[in-house]
Design a protein around this ligand. Structure first.
Ligand SMILES: [Ca+2]
Ligand SMILES: [Ca+2]
Length: 399
């Protein structure tokens, strides 16, 4: 009996100590207001699914959003301490706006986070060669090509991805930009538009894997004297076959890209341009096939401000997965083809007919797999050199 009383006594003391500790904690762990003003990236006015979180240790606090003086402010009352604050919202299905800051919260605190654009595109342009390796080597054959890579850690599908190439060489606003259509792309190219066929999951691309799409999938360097500098495309995975023109060849055993739109039937090659190049890959919203999109007159436009009758297929910025802008090698004046959300700044390209390509920089190589730089800024992300189509990089690039 005595022992039991003693035991109860210990419990009572322990309980009293616990209460004392918890009172102590409540007194020292004061709450303060954290207020985060969210600054949107340039040219972005709306974000979907904006989430602002403050993390301390293993605790994540989601801040409450409100509109204050036409700005978005995220706020919360939080226990004092050091926090990592992050903000993230969707510009479109392919692009996110993100930002972060660190805060020491020992008084009511107001901070700003300026968001920048992060491409969420799992598939990007790995390389493109738009200027041939021999002067006037253009039609019916051409050694030009493009390569796409799965830059994510999950299987992606090439199905229905649209390719537009051959814009660029701008020294001022193009007809669309000059007429207020700055978020619509595709008008300033004579190139046919193609897409990968498939119903959504027919053409998987493994993480880190790439595909080469050639205008003519043969070894052009073996064509004879003077062709030494041309690309060997005999191992290309896909072919741009100009089914509308009898001069083009359908190579056996190489699957054909699906022709989506063709404003000029004399043009055999996709993405052709010799001096400069801008192009994009795009994915339409779920449920719309490239063929359906191209059949809808609302998605076609003649050149604004002219009487020209050519109808171009226009792709809005929000559908763009990846875009690159390459300027003429020695151009001193240039004007961006894309909005900053798609490509912030172009890069000076290779000399015409040099056979050089433009490839995306490699940021790291893990277990033999390369990861590619994608900051939506061609001048930072790309490098100009002779590139072997389909080559697996073995070296990381300097920043
Ligand atoms: Ca072809
Ligand atoms: Ca073929």
């Amino acid at each position: 009996m005595k022992r039991i009383v003693k035991f109860l006594g210990i419990v009572a003391v322990a309980a009293a100590a616990l209460i004392a500790v918890s009172c102590d904690k409540e007194e020292t762990a004061k709450n303060y207001n954290l207020s985060v003003k969210i600054i949107f990236p340039e040219g972005v006015e709306e974000l979907e699914d904006l989430v602002v979180e403050a993390v301390k240790g293993t605790t994540t606090n989601t801040l409450e959003l409100s509109a204050v003086d036409q700005a978005i402010v995220a706020s919360a009352s939080l226990p004092q301490g050091d926090y990592k604050v992050s903000a993230s919202g969707a510009i479109s299905s392919a692009k996110k706006a993100v930002g972060a800051a660190e805060v020491s919260l020992y008084a009511d605190t107001e901070i700003e986070i300026t968001l920048s654009i992060a491409s969420a595109s799992p598939i990007v342009i790995k390389a493109v060669q738009y200027t041939p390796g021999k002067q006037y080597y253009i039609q019916p054959l051409s050694d030009t090509w493009i390569e796409l890579v799965n830059n994510s850690d999950e299987v992606q599908y090439l199905d229905q991805i649209i390719l537009i190439g051959g814009m660029g060489r701008q020294t001022g606003p193009n007809a669309w930009q000059a007429n207020g259509y700055e978020n619509l792309y595709g008008g300033v190219t004579q190139s046919p538009v193609y897409a990968f066929p498939g119903n959504g999951t027919d053409y998987p691309l493994q993480p880190g894997a790439s595909v080469v799409i050639a205008n003519a999938p043969i070894d052009h360097s073996a064509q004879g004297e003077g062709f030494e500098n041309c690309a060997d495309l005999s191992k290309a995975d896909w072919e741009f076959y100009a089914s509308y023109n009898a001069k083009d060849t359908d190579y056996e055993g190489i699957p054909n890209m699906e022709l989506v739109h063709c404003p000029f039937t004399s043009q055999l090659n996709w993405g052709q341009n010799f001096f400069a190049w801008a192009g994009l890959i795009a994915k339409l919203p779920e449920g719309v096939t490239p063929a359906q999109y191209a059949a809808n007159e609302e998605n076609l436009m003649t050149t604004p401000g002219t009487t020209a009758s050519y109808q171009y297929l226009m792709i809005p910025s929000e559908y763009v997965l990846d875009a690159i802008d390459i300027w003429e090698a020695d151009a001193e004046e240039h004007y961006p083809v894309f909005l900053p959300v798609d490509d912030a700044e172009g890069i000076l390209g290779p000399e015409a007919w040099s056979g050089q390509a433009v490839r995306r920089k490699v940021t790291k190589i893990e277990n033999g797999r390369a990861y590619y730089k994608d900051t939506n800024k061609s001048s930072d992300d790309l490098v100009v050199e002779k590139v072997v189509p389909g080559a697996v990089p073995t070296q990381v690039d300097a920043e």
